[in-house]
Design a protein around this ligand. Structure first.
Ligand SMILES: [Zn+2]
Length: 137
């Protein structure tokens, strides 16, 4: 088992665990973007969000919601940025789904999620909406 998150889930690699249950483990990122940066991972090794079983997806996002306030309050933060790099092309470096919860403070120097996109928009909204709807099962 070479996946670092699977090894943390299995208890083979130490981590600062903040929550562990039957579906999900949450722990502090060892290379935090800010104090209190938490990663929430499903126990199952799944590379991308869309490959999660519904039950695991439910548990993952319930846990993110459950942790958002304690993380914010524990760090005295004003809010949290919550995000997922979903796929290698997005900068996902570990192929095991993980949700970042990063505490934020006014003037902390970090931008919003909007700031990571150069907004190279080429297609009309109705065309894009129809293409997505056509692929929903
Ligand atoms: Zn894994």
């Amino acid at each position: 088992m070479s996946c670092i998150f699977c090894r943390i889930v299995a208890g083979e690699v130490p981590a600062e665990i903040v929550l562990r249950d039957s579906e999900v483990v949450a722990f502090l990122d060892v290379q935090p973007l800010a104090d209190g940066h938490v990663l929430v991972v499903p126990r199952a090794h799944v590379a991308q969000l869309e490959d999660l079983e519904p039950r695991a997806a439910d548990a993952l996002f319930r846990t993110v919601v459950r942790l958002a306030r304690p993380v914010r309050e524990a760090l005295g933060a004003a809010g949290t940025t919550i995000g997922v790099n979903n796929g290698e092309a997005t900068g996902q470096t570990i192929a095991h789904v993980h949700v970042h919860i990063v505490p934020r403070w006014p003037g902390d120097g970090a931008g919003s999620i909007h700031t990571i996109f150069p907004r190279h928009i080429k297609r009309k909204l109705p065309e894009v909406g129809a293409a997505i709807r056509d692929r929903m099962t």
